[in-house]
Design a protein around this ligand. Sequence first.
Ligand SMILES: [Zn+2]
Length: 423
Amino acid sequence: MHPNSLIPGPTYITKFLHVDQKFAEEFNELDASLLPAHIALWKVSKTLTSAVREGCKAFIIDPVTHAFSYRGYLDKTTYKDLPYSPDQPISTSVLLSKPNDLKDFTRNVLEFQLNMDVGVLIAPYFYARDLDDSRLVANIRLISEALKLREAMDVDIPLYGHICIGSIVMQSPTQVDEIVNLYSDLKVEGFMITVENFDDRSVSSEALMGLAQLARRLQEDRDIFICSIAAFGQVLTALGVNGFSAGIGWLETFREVTLQPGRKTFAADRVPRAQYYYIPELLSYVHPDDVNTIFDEDTGSETMQEEYRCVCEVCTSGIPKSIEDKKRHFMLCRHKEMAQLRSLNPDKRPQHIRERLGLALELSNIIEEEALVRIPTEHFVRWIAIIDALSSSRNTSDVEDSIPDINEIIHQIRQDNGDKNNT
Ligand SMILES: [Zn+2]
């Protein structure tokens, strides 16, 4: 964490979308909030942007510049309206060969954010698929340029870089090493990290470990926020990152394909997801049919009904039916979870989240027995293994030597869990 961090966390940064204005007004004591630039601009004449800005201590705009090295934004007016939107998609090799263009682009991106009165600046960035992607080099140049411009403009707010990278990189400790080496010399106050196609429930334990290591190696004296991630973001905050960002109740994953033409991309279009109900004890969003089954008075899970029925102000009159109430319930639960984590000493947080994952595993088994609803749990085992591996390893840069065999740990956790179920 940066020694003077504006957002020490652990916190959940709500990423607001155009449909979320009422939540921005209602939840107005947040540490930090995130608004994608095209949404901030689109509604600037209305009130979403100011509601989000006024409802948090650190207002952040994602400049969404990663869209501009693809053709997809050309079909989207909201992107094209951004003052730094290029006429044609940016070729990073061309941009790198024209230092003045690179400087102008960076300045326009920063000025847009300053005009929006942000609390943290984000340097422009592109998505880099792997280590051979020329956009990776461009990203380093853009951050360096942003640092120079901030100084020249005499601006006194934190500047973060955004590492937006392919999940293939996370699979390899040596590649994670290279990313750390590339970014660690930059004098920014923090990094946002987005990994492409990184669904935390389905990615391998190697990829989870890669992301955890990337964060851990960069977090020494910088703020780290993991973007577009579900509950594994909470695990990472327990392990020392400042926070994680996601939309209200969406299971969102950034995918490169959404930047290409002909794609309707945004979470708000995937409405069925909004019907899911967040059960904090399971660290999961559960399908509405399954929620009904679990909490059915006659045939549901007794344990869940008696001990784990949500008592937030939305759920006191029963499980919410409307999308809005489900989102409100999610916001209340998520912020309560984060407040609980914040209240613990940093050295107690890994154990706390480990116990929560253990409970999630146990409850999933109980629910299956009592209500015949199967809650996926494989990922919890992988997440616990990451916590165990990292807490038993030395904090050293010698990654491969210091981490115990993750597969062995997973085997052990499965065994322990199996044993418990049989007794
Ligand atoms: Zn509730």
